[in-house]
Every structure is written in C-alpha cells, then in structure tokens.
Design a binder for this molecule. Structure first.
Ligand code: PLP
Length: 446
C-alpha cells in the first residue's frame, strides 16, 4: 500500500510540474490521481474505490478494462500495430461494417478520425463540398469539440474564449422546456415553437446559403436534454425542404448511452451524416468517425475528398472498436443500459427530485441523466452560474468523492453517466449516495 501511495504521489508531482491540462487555469488545478479501474469503479491515489458515474468523459460505455477489448488491442498490437490509412486493414474493414450495420438509414460508409472534434470537422467539410454552401447552423446549449471549427459551432461557454466568428456559423435555440426560450408550458408547445423558430432562422439566414444543421441528438455536456418526440423529424423535414445536410452529433449520446445503439433511433429519423467517437470503442484507443449516407458518399465517387489523417482507421483503435461492438452485442449491453434507465436510474432520480427542494428537474435516457439544481424551485434560479461553479456544487462534489461516488458536475448540474454495463445494485448505490449528498444542495435553497 505504501509503495502504491508513493508511486501515486510521484505521478502527481510530475503531472503538476510537466503536464498541461485541458480547459483549466494550470496553477490552482488539483487533479485526482487514478491508479486503477475495473468495471464500474476507479481507484484513486489513496487506494480508495469510487463508483464511476462519469464514465470519465462519458466514454467508457463498456466499463473499465473489459477483457475482450483489452485482448483485442493486445492481439492487434502483436499482429500489426500500425498501417497507413490508404492500405486495407482487416480490423478497419470489420469496424466499418459493424458500425454501418448499426447506424440508421443508408449510412453505409465510414470515415475514421481520432476524436469527436475531428469527426465534426470532417462531417461539416463533407456537407460543404456536397452542397457547395458554406453556412452551418447549430444550437445554443451544444458542445461539438475544441478544434477551430468545432468550437465555433459549439453553443456553450467553452466557445467564448475561442470564438473568431469567421467560420460561417450561426446559432439557434433548440427545445428545452425547463428553460424554454419560447415561453412554452408543455412539451408539445416547446416542440412546435422550436421548429417554428428554426424555420424562421433558416428563412432569415437564406436557405440557399446553409450547408448543414448540426445538432447533438441528445445535447450531452450542455445538460443531457432529450428532445420532444417529434422534434428531430421536424428538423429532418426542414433539411429536406431546403437541401440542407442534417448532421447528428452522436459523439456522446451514441453507442448505447441512451439505451439504443444511437439516440436518434428513438425518433425513427436518419441523418445524412452521423459523427461518433467515445463509445465506439469506449476510448480504450482514441477513435472517432463520420457515418456517411449514400447521397453524400455519391458526391465523392468521382470527386476526391479533400481531407485525410495519418491515423484514419488506426488498426489498434479499430480492433478495439470491433471487440467493443461485438461484446456489446453479445452481452446485451445496450439493452442493459436501457433497462437500468427504465427501472433504476429513471424512477430513482425522479424520487430524488421529488424529495429534494434543490433538484429542479431530473431528465435523461438509458445511462445518461442530469439533475438540474436550483436555489428556488419557483424561479428556477440555478445553483451555479451558467458559465461557472459555486460553493454548493464544489461541496457536493467533495462529499460525493468522500462517500465513494464520481459523478460529473457541470455548472448547476450533476450528470449521472455510468457505464452501460452498470448493475442495478451499483446504480442503486450511486443513487443512495446522491440522495445523501443533495442535502447539502437543499441547505442552499431559499
Ligand atoms: N461532440 C460531442 C457531442 C461531445 O460531447 C464531444 C466531447 O465531449 C465532442 C464532440 C468532441 O469530442 P473529442 O473531445 O473526442 O474531440
């Protein structure tokens, strides 16, 4: 134990001295050491076990250290660790087949990237070449990645410091009944008004100038906001009417997270392009990509695609995807995510919301849930500002960890996104801890 602690403390010191971290001011940052992970749990530098309700950055859909995925990577490393993207590789071919079989509609070709942001960049590039148009519409309350264009289409505070406003991107409001931009009081009203608003934005921006509408099927980072039932069909119809490419960003909500292979399955709608990453191989090796419809793919039959990556379809990443998707199918992991959502997390979080005055709303699907925390249930004043955190949120995060739970805290929300493999008992244990910890939040309500 002493040896493990001293190795963790050396890792921490070296990290603080040499590692430059994402999104934070480096000076005051105090990251947690993780020394091991297994299934739904991680172990910190003190040797304490935490139930992983974050799936890290909502990517370990298959849980930690799944033996079939680890074996798939090891076998591939021994056989052929890397190969250029212009050569055929069996794991890449097989990963593309497994993905194409699961994506909706005629999304039958896959362009592989190394990350979600690159998937978004390439989906937009394809849409622009395909339509010959430049403008991209995207939503407020969205996150699409941190590269130059992906952060410009993003609609959350992470864009602010990066926005150059020169990329031809325009934002619109999506449906979000709890904080309705349309003064709606029912979901049906919210859906209808959000579609009317989008129609107006399209008309005022000039339909013939718009290459694509990109939207997260279920906005994740910005609050896990499932759309009303007919919204995505309405977006599809507007896209069809105006020759606009519909891009579904399923980087976070795809590959089982929502209790379906893809969150868009619930709507019965097929996008023209679908961006994925994270859950495709649970991030064991970085991988993302774009699933491409026949219509968009046709554009590039004669005309070269103006883009590429040295590691597109990397064999280690693709071997991990093959093992992940196969294991998820064999072991009923998507069905498990759905069952846990319907029988444990959904009802459990609804009870918690009813019991705690600081919980304004619980919403989600599958293993993808958010608690929206407020200081006042009537005014819906958030427990932390839109672009920041608060003492209440920080105290609750510390208490969660102390009690052995690792959720994600984003602004005034607690995001509960455990692996799709979580058991009912583990999920109940997470709920029990949340129920305790939310008493802190209650003490901040008016
Ligand atoms: N799109 C969505 C919906 C995401 O949630 C994320 C990351 O959280 C991205 C894109 C960017 O993915 P990456 O961080 O792999 O570039």
């Amino acid at each position: 134990v002493e040896e493990a602690r001293s190795s963790a403390s050396r890792a921490y010191e070296l990290d603080r001295k040499h590692v430059f971290h994402s999104w934070v001011a480096q000076g005051a940052f105090k990251p947690m050491v993780v020394t091991a992970a297994q299934g739904s749990h991680v172990w910190d530098g003190n040797g304490d076990r935490l139930l992983d309700f974050s799936s890290q950055l909502v990517n370990t859909n298959i849980g930690h250290q799944h033996p079939r995925v680890v074996a798939g990577i090891v076998e591939q490393a021994q056989r052929l660790a890397t190969i250029a993207p212009h050569h055929v590789n069996d794991q890449r071919s097989e990963a593309a087949r497994l993905i194409a079989e699961r994506t909706p509609g005629d999304l039958d070709k896959v362009f592989f990237t190394n990350s979600g942001a690159e998937a978004v960049e390439h989906a937009i590039r394809m849409a622009r070449v395909h339509t010959g148009r430049n403008k991209i519409l995207s939503r407020y309350r969205s996150y699409h990645g941190a590269t130059a264009l992906a952060i410009n289409v993003t609609g959350d505070p992470r864009r602010w410091a990066n926005d150059r406003g020169t990329e031809g991107t325009t934002h619109f409001f999506g449906p979000f009944l709890y904080r309705s931009a349309f003064h709606a009081t029912t979901e049906a009203e919210e859906e209808q008004r959000a579609l009317q608003h989008l129609q107006q934005v399209i008309e005022l921006e000039g339909p013939g100038t718009i290459a694509a509408i990109i939207l997260e099927t279920i906005p994740g980072g910005p609050g896990i906001i499932p759309p009303p039932p007919g919204y995505l069909r309405g977006v599809r119809e507007l896209c069809d009417l105006h020759g606009i490419v519909m891009i579904a960003d399923e980087v976070m909500c795809g590959f089982g997270r929502s209790g379906h292979w893809f969150a868009i399955d619930e709507s019965g709608v097929a996008p023209d392009l679908l961006a994925f990453a994270k859950g495709v191989n649970s991030g064991y090796v970085p991988l993302g990509g774009v699933a491409i419809s026949a219509r968009v793919a046709e554009t590039f039959e004669e005309r070269p695609y103006p883009g590429g990556l040295t590691y597109s379809g990397h064999p280690l990443a693709c071997a991990a995807a093959v093992a992940t998707i196969t294991a998820m199918a064999d072991e009923g992991i998507v069905e498990n995510a759905r069952r846990i959502g319907e029988t444990v997390l959904g009802p459990g979080l609804a009870e918690i919301a009813a019991r705690h005055p600081c919980v304004g709303e619980a919403r989600g699907r599958g293993v993808f849930w958010a608690l929206e925390l407020v200081t006042d249930a009537t005014t819906r004043e958030p427990l932390a500002p839109y672009a920041g955190t608060s003492a209440a949120m920080a105290e609750m995060m510390a208490e969660c960890k102390r009690q052995g739970l690792l959720p994600l805290m984003v602004s005034n929300r607690i995001h509960c996104a455990p692996p799709c493999t979580i058991t009912a008992d583990e999920a109940r244990e997470g709920l029990r801890i949340l129920d305790e910890v939310l008493k802190i939040g209650d003490s901040y309500t008016v």
